[in-house]
Design a protein around this ligand. Structure first.
Ligand SMILES: [Zn+2]
Length: 451
């Protein structure tokens, strides 16, 4: 059976995510936050965190002999249902925080302390945006007064240092925590945080994790580096992402997995916690009146109805462009056998993929769809771009368009001289909102390139 070293995937997923980031318009125009990529809240905190987290193990290279001599399972012919199964973030076996208690922690002289505290207060206690978390069992939260610390911080600290620091502040009485607490640390620009090979402000703009306390209990915490991010909306966006994920996946064992056949989307998205599912969109943020700018998050309920799954969403139609895979492959993912969809292409060859356009809105809007390759990291993945795309319906163009019920045809060519193995792509659908703007939904496809 195929497997993948979890710690390596953790690093690579983050790096890859950042490397593919797009600079986007919107509330953060010009802000560094998008240059950092979709690394907000990669939950994996080192190999242990990776192993029990959704950070996936992609299929091992099918063409390589299994080190223990097993014959890789053969892909099975597959006809997906239509409408397709809706992607759903799965609960996992771990607990959530039913009434999160956020403890904001600042270091002295933080000019955004008041604004960030006010944002968190409004977000977790009164905002309508937070209410979506009810479907995951998370209710209204509380916020303690900010804790302002005066310790001198090193220029570079590791995640282990962060955890030890939290433990020491609990020990000396600076922090009081309970089982619902999310300790939320805002570090100054002068401190760089490294986490399992990733570096703050280069690879991530925030993460959340779980620390083991002296008592043996576990504590959720979130880290938000400063990165020179201004305006403050870039920081509220980052911290909101971490708070929703810390609440729904505090110990990295709850909402961090997708239902089959979509479990491998985690590598394409840099995680499938409920924030990660929406972070790669052109419109990942929502500005709520009297609250601030926050990260949109995945709603299983909206997704199940084929509504715009990232909420809050701008008003308007929902739409999806769905790649029709023709093989089902068994893989090992976090020590479980999973079924993933794929198409296989012989290196140097071209395959034509059906792309079915689905909108439950009548009359259907017209929307555009653009493929974007997202190579999978590591030994079983190509690691580099290996595909080229062409639309039968839009020769010479990157983007095709249509309406509900249309099947577009996407010609995918695997580089003749490129690496063999797994790669993935997103079909990015962009369509109108009734507010006069545009919104994006994505669907993920997987390709295995063979000899
Ligand atoms: Zn995240």
């Amino acid at each position: 059976m195929k497997s993948w070293p979890a710690d390596k995937v953790c690093d690579d997923a983050r790096w890859g995510a950042g490397n593919r980031a797009r600079i986007l318009s919107g509330p953060f125009t010009g802000a560094l936050i998008y240059a950092l990529g979709c690394v907000f809240g990669i939950a994996a905190l080192g190999p242990a965190g990776c192993g029990n987290n959704s950070t996936a193990q992609p299929p091992d290279a099918m063409m390589q002999p299994d080190p223990v001599g097993n014959t890789p399972s053969m892909p099975m012919p597959y006809t997906p249902s239509y409408p397709p199964l809706a992607p759903q973030v799965l609960a996992g076996s771990g607990s959530i925080l039913s009434a999160p208690r956020v403890v904001p922690v600042f270091f002295s002289g933080d000019k955004f302390q008041a604004q960030l505290t006010a944002f968190i207060q409004a977000y977790v206690t009164t905002s309508t945006s937070w209410q979506v978390l009810k479907e995951y069992g998370v209710n209204t939260g509380t916020v303690t007064p900010p804790v302002v610390l005066t310790q001198t911080l090193a220029a570079s600290i590791s995640d282990t240092d962060v955890q030890n620091f939290i433990a020491a502040r609990i020990q000396d009485g600076s922090l009081t925590v309970d089982a619902q607490t999310i300790v939320t640390l805002f570090y100054p620009t002068t401190t760089t945080i490294t986490n399992n090979g990733s570096v703050s402000c280069r690879d991530f703009a925030g993460y959340h994790g779980s620390a083991t306390l002296a008592s043996g209990g576990r504590l959720a915490y979130a880290v938000v580096p400063r990165c020179g991010l201004e305006p403050v909306s870039a920081l509220t966006f980052a911290v909101s992402h971490e708070l929703v994920e810390a609440a729904t996946d505090p110990l990295l064992s709850a909402y961090n997995d997708l239902n089959d056949p979509y479990s491998l989307w985690t590598l394409n998205y840099g995680g499938v916690e409920i924030g990660d599912m929406c972070q790669n969109l052109a419109d990942p943020a929502f500005s709520e009146k009297n609250v601030g700018v926050l990260a949109r998050v995945w709603s299983n309920t909206a997704a199940a109805a084929f509504g715009n799954p990232c909420v809050p969403a701008a008003p308007g139609p929902s739409f999806f462009s769905i790649p029709v895979h023709n093989q089902l492959q068994v893989i090992q993912l976090n020590n479980k056998l999973r079924n993933i969809e794929q198409i296989s292409i012989t290196a140097g060859q071209t395959v034509t993929l059906d792309v079915r356009m689905l909108s439950p809105t009548k009359p259907s809007p017209t929307w555009s769809v653009t493929p974007l390759e997202v190579p999978l990291p590591g030994a079983g993945g190509t690691g580099v771009s290996a595909l080229s795309f062409a639309w039968v319906e839009a020769p010479g163009k990157q983007t095709a368009s249509g309406q509900d019920g249309v099947t577009l045809h996407l010609k995918i060519t695997a580089n003749a001289s490129g690496p063999l193995g797994y790669t993935s792509f997103r079909l990015e659908s962009i369509g109108p909102t009734t507010a006069g703007g545009q919104t994006e939904t994505d669907w993920v496809g997987f390709v295995v390139i063979n000899k």
